[in-house]
Design a binder for this molecule. Structure first.
Ligand code: PLP
Length: 457
């Protein structure tokens, strides 16, 4: 490729996701990623960059897997596409559904496919409301979520998500965005909002906020509570250990469905197959995407309890589905991707080796003058950049500006991470080795050193 020409065309025609289009134009176009292998991406300027984000929290098995390309090729030749609208199905989709059901230990035996995490959550919103409708409890429509949650970019995803900036863009009128019937409660972000309490007291207070909301709107009006076991795009917010078990108990107390968004946390990210295992709850429905296919093809899924499906079946047709629901090629790739993760013992590796190693190495950053907190669960981590370690005071006010600045320095130094407000977050491929973790932490330290005089200037 002619990289300069690609950059020109990028500015002229291509609108990248969630980006500042003007800034990209001012920079002369996007960084063109040309190829990738293992844990590294390569750009058009010849840089090799350690991918501390596994793409966008998804390339669990790393880049360059021949067998995923092979299985896609074979499936494309055999049956490249067919839908599941005409009482039709295909082998890869059926076998993938069975595999996902078995990974839930049989607790969530029914699986519905979509193409993205956002669509999975749209499906869930319709499904939980439809479930209560069929049951005759028509008032149960409200879904409770958290501030700063991320559940996608569709209108329903943005609404269930708790990103204020997203709520303000598009249709910032009451009842339109966020959609009516979605309520948000505080997030369990101890470092930002709870340091005047013990983590345990803060966990209880955040769970209590859910019960307070339920009582405020009336339990008979609440359909479900949805949450990421660990909020990812919000800044890798790891809740106190006592939070989720209390959330589950509250949902059970009022007969409210418990939904876990496993789009980031699923498939080994937190050291177990599912994030809900790590935080110790048993949801009624889960959403998954990303690691399901390691991003090699777009596919997402919703796994549902037998009880919910039994009820919905009594209501006739559930008129919901996508052209690409149960896509045979995406399903075949996802199935093989899961096989690779199991064959290579990646879930166990994260739990017993690389997860604890990342935690140990992150802890070494705590002595840095800019580091307020360094936390991780499995291979999902964050470093809080602060102006004052003692008080936790931020650079640049409440929303924080240090994260993107340190991120840009990290990228220049050969490490892709994400800067979220004042945090640097990481989510490397599950195949990352201890020596690559050393590199990752080393680059963060060097980049913090470089950033400090600029931030304090
Ligand atoms: N849910 C969570 C927890 C996510 O992190 C994301 C994406 O980052 C989504 C949903 C939306 O997934 P997608 O971008 O595939 O629509």
């Amino acid at each position: 490729y002619d990289i300069a020409e690609l950059r020109r065309l990028d500015i002229a025609h291509h609108l990248p996701a969630q980006a500042d289009w003007q800034e990209i134009e001012d920079l002369g176009g996007s960084r063109i990623i040309t190829h990738a292998d293992g844990c590294y991406i390569h750009d058009g300027d010849g840089n090799r960059i350690l991918d501390g984000m596994a793409g966008l929290w998804c390339v669990n098995v790393g880049y360059g897997r021949d067998e995923l390309a092979e299985v896609a090729r074979e499936q494309m030749l055999e049956l490249p596409y067919y839908n599941s609208f005409f009482k039709t199905a295909n082998a890869p989709a059926i076998l993938l559904a069975e595999k996902i059901a078995s990974l839930t230990g049989g607790r969530l035996p029914h699986v519905f496919f979509n193409s993205s995490g956002s669509e999975a959550n749209d499906t869930i919103l319709r499904m939980v409301r439809h479930y209560w409708q069929v049951k005759g409890e028509h008032s149960r429509t409200i879904v409770i979520s958290r501030h700063n949650a991320y559940h996608g970019s569709t209108v329903a995803g943005v609404s269930m998500g708790g990103m204020k900036v997203m709520h303000g863009q598009g249709f910032p009128a009451p009842g339109i965005l966020p959609m009516a019937g979605i309520e948000h409660v505080r997030q369990p972000y101890w470092y930002n909002e709870g340091r005047d309490m013990t983590p345990e007291d803060f966990g209880t207070a955040c769970a209590q906020a859910i019960e307070d909301k339920i009582l405020e709107v009336g339990p008979e009006n609440v359909a479900a509570f949805i949450g990421e076991p660990v909020q990812g795009a919000g800044g890798v917010i790891i809740p106190p250990a006592n939070y989720w078990p209390q959330v589950e108990a509250i949902c059970r107390k009022y007969g409210i469905l418990l939904v876990c968004d496993e789009v980031i946390c699923g498939f080994g990210r937190t050291g177990n197959i599912w994030g809900h295992e790590t935080v110790g709850v048993k949801p009624d429905i889960i959403a998954m995407a990303k690691g399901l296919s390691s991003g090699y093809l777009p596919i997402s899924a919703v796994a549902v309890s037998a009880e919910i499906v039994q009820v919905i079946k009594t209501g006739g047709d559930f008129v919901h589905g996508y052209t690409y629901s149960g896509h045979p090629v995406a399903s075949a790739v996802a199935l093989r991707n899961i096989e690779i993760m199991e064959r290579e013992g990646l879930f166990e590796k994260v739990r017993n080796e690389t997860g604890p190693y990342l935690a140990e190495k992150l802890a070494t950053l705590r002595d840095h003058p800019l580091v307020g907190e360094a936390r991780s669960v499995g291979l999902l981590g964050a470093v809080e950049v602060v102006a004052d370690k003692a008080t936790g005071a931020r650079f640049g006010g409440a929303e924080g500006t240090a994260g993107p600045m340190v991120r840009d320095i990290c990228i220049r130094n050969g490490l892709m991470v994400r800067g979220i407000r004042d945090s640097i977050v990481m989510c490397p491929p599950l195949i990352i080795t201890p020596s690559q973790i050393d590199d990752l932490i080393g680059i963060i330290r060097t980049s913090l050193d470089e950033a400090e005089p600029k931030l304090r200037a």
